[in-house]
Structures are given as C-alpha cells and as structure tokens.
Design a protein. Sequence first.
Length: 453
Amino acid sequence: MSLKQELIIMGGGVCGLYAAHTAHEASAKVTLLEKAERTGGLADGHQHQGNWYDLGVHMLHAFDQEIFTVCKEAMGPERIEVPLKSHIKWGNKLYHYPLRGRDILAGISPVTLVRCLVGLFLAELESRFPRRELGSDAESALTELYGAPLYEYFFEGFTERYWGIHPRDLSAEFVRRKMPRLSGVDVIKNLLEKIRLAKPRDVTEGALRFETLHYSRTGSESLPRCLTNQLQKAGVEINLHSPIQKISHNDKVITSVAAAGRNYGNAQNAFLSTIPLPQLINALSPAPPSEVRQAATQLTFKPMTVYALLVKKRKCMEALYTYYRDRIFHRVGEPKNAGLLVKPDDHTTLIVEMTCEKDDSKWKGDALKQVLTDLAAEGLCEPDQVVSHHLIHSEHAYPIFAKGFEEHLQTITDYLARFNNLRTTGRQGGFTYPNMHKAMRMGADAVTELLES
Ligand SMILES: Cc1cc2nc3c(=O)[nH]c(=O)nc-3n(C[C@H](O)[C@H](O)[C@H](O)COP(=O)(O)OP(=O)(O)OC[C@H]3O[C@@H](n4cnc5c(N)ncnc54)[C@H](O)[C@@H]3O)c2cc1C
C-alpha cells in the first residue's frame, strides 16, 4: 500500500472542504479547485443589500460526532444552536415535519380515512409475509409500502408536483432515499404517544423530532467560510474561479487536471472529484467510450430557484421552515427564527424554494406575482410588505432518480474503476442525497481510500 502525498480536489462544497481537511490531517499536500467565487456549493450563503440568504435554509446536524467536532471548532463562537421546528401545511392545518402517520391521515373524510388505514395495514401485512423487494418504480414501491388509497390520496400528486415527474417514471430507489417511512405500526405508536400511553421515541437520524441544529447569525455561509479559512491557514491551496476544463488520463490513471488555464497534478497524485458526475465524464480526455458518455446524459438533476425576500415585518411564521403541498413553492424558510441577523431588525427575510427547470418562468423570476399571492394566502406577508426580492439558482439541486438510473450509474462507475488514483463522491459526484454531514463523511471516506490505494 502506498500513501500518496498530493491530492487535487475538484469542487469546494462541504464535501470537498472536509475531504481537504481529512487529507491535510493525513499530511498530504492539497489543492482544491472551485469554479465559483466562493466555496460552499449548495451550502454557501448569498449576500444581497447587506443581508445573507441561504439557498434553502441550511442547518448542520450533529449526528456524526467527529465531523461535528471539526465544524464546531472551525466555527467557534459563530455557531449557534437552534431547536428543530419545522412544519408542513396539510388540509388547512400546520403539522410537525417530518410527517407522522396521524398527520397525513388528519383532516380527511372518514370514508377516505378508513380506506387509507385499511390500505396501509394491508400493505404492511403483505410486506411481512413473505418479505419481498419493492417494485422497480416509485409508483409500485409507494403502493406496496403505503397501500393504493394512501398513494392516490397523498403521494401521487405531491410527488409529481414536486419533481415534475410521475412516480411511475421515478425509480423505487427514490422512495428509499427520499420519502419518510410510514407504517401502520407508526400510526398506532404515534396515537399512543399522543394520548400518553407510550413514551416518545428516542431521536435517531431520519426521525428528527427533537433535534438541536447548528447555524450562525449570517446563515449557512459561516460553516464553509470557517472551514475554508482554517484550511488556508494550514497551507491548503484553494483556487477559486477555477472551473475544471479537462481531466487528462492514460486509461489507467489520471495524469492532470486543467482549470482556468493551469495544469494541476501528475500521474503520481490522487484526484478527488465532487463536481456533477456528467461533468466529470465530459471533461475526461481522451473521451470515454460512447456508452459511458451516453449513460452520463441520462443522469439529470432537478434545478431549484429561491425567491429571496426582504419583508417589512418582524416575523412571518413560527417554524424555521414550512413545507407546502398546494402552492407554487414547496418550502418557505424564515432563517431569522433560527437566529439570523436581519437588517433593519424590524424586518425579516423569507427563503421561498421551488423546484423548476432551467430557464422556465420560475427560474427567470416570472413567478414573483404568484409567489406573493400564495404567501398572502398563507398569511405570511402581504405583497406591499415585500421590500426587495432577488433570485438564487442551483442547476444541480437534486439528482433525479429517474427509472433505470441505476444502470446508467453502474456503467459510469464500472468505467471509472480503471482509474486507481480517482474517486468521485459527494452529492453531485456520488449522484445521491446526503445532508451536509453525510456529504462530508463521503469526502473523508473517499480521501482515506484514495490516499492508501
Ligand atoms: C434546498 C436544500 C436544502 C438543504 N438543506 C440542508 C440542511 O438544512 N442541512 C444539511 O445538512 N443538508 C442540507 N442540504 C443538503 C446539502 O446542501 C448538500 O448535500 C451538501 O451541501 C452537498 O455538498 P457537496 O460538496 O457534496 O456538493 P455541492 O455543495 O453541490 O458542491 C459541489 C461544488 O463543486 C463546484 N463545482 C461544480 N462544477 C464544477 C466544475 N466544473 N469545476 C469546479 N468546481 C465545480 C460547485 O460550485 C460546488 O461548490 C440541502 C440541500 C438543498 C438542495
């Protein structure tokens, strides 16, 4: 086993930053290349007229103690603790989010309620005798998990609206990774908890009911900025405005990376990519075989637009953020409720999130009128209270688990396996859905494997 001494990291989101930390701790020389003017990726903040806006309110979870300790030290006094309080609007009422069984079933007619409950219990029963794999598309997986009535009542419309794709065209993997697990047993347990015949369950990752989150007075930007400062002080080279242009190889190893007119690395170095997987494939030179390039075109991402608003009102909602099912936006966050400093202090900011397509009307900002109408209908603020607005975009907000994506991912993974000194990881590079701490853990694991390969 050899320990490589030099690592080139492509992409400076939290995954790339934590990978740089891990490599530096292992005494490797690290160079990080980031295309944007700041590090942070999805977790970066955006300043507008003196206030900070997140790309969707971003808070750190403390589930991974090792990662949390590093982030805590890097952020120092900038870190603030925030009790989780998130809601979902459902049937004209606000419920705790993630949804609990009784919440989904609340507010519906008794006949539909009985149908949904019977469907849920039958689905649960069937899944136990005998145990079987979920169907290959999200529609059959959801029906098998929750029963047809609940699927038709809740999941079908919600999923299609959110993703712009019918569940029958999404992979079952999407259900495993993205949807809250609901079972007949959960419904009963939750009811017993409510009438105090059972103790509330412990917090486990994925069932976030009583969690403390970590944030800052300037929003999410603090964490990547503090990590970046710490790395730079330690001698890590971080090059901004450096989009990856070419990744050269000899079919066995990566030989160098070109970014912003400069070449980095050689065949003895290690390379870690956290940039979107299709971009990695397209940058490889010589180009990979056509089936690999074709597979890369099949891995697509759902873009997102945030309407970032400054509102002349002290407070708009009780929660840190609220999910909506029937509005143009799917989530609205009010980071002031998590401690964000807003200027002037009798104002607040709203982070209005919606999935979209690149260059559609939402992306271009033409949805503002509908946003204001829907915010007013939800009682959050009136149009004349919105002092300013601007847009924040992400082209790569969510990897789309379209039906059959696993095969394309496998084709790419099999091809990349030939490059002993390259790993691809993180949300974009792994084509998956981690939270920040999980993306950081992916970066750390990839570095450990890479440096020792
Ligand atoms: C709306 C929303 C809300 C979220 N909220 C939370 C939350 O509250 N808590 C939580 O823990 N997680 C949250 N997440 C998840 C979290 O943001 C991500 O999983 C995590 O930030 C991913 O980090 P990453 O480094 O893997 O990817 P990214 O953040 O996407 O980083 C990739 C980096 O690569 C750079 N790059 C791309 N192409 C190139 C190129 N060609 N050359 C050079 N650089 C390039 C990008 O600019 C970017 O900096 C949220 C995600 C979304 C979309």
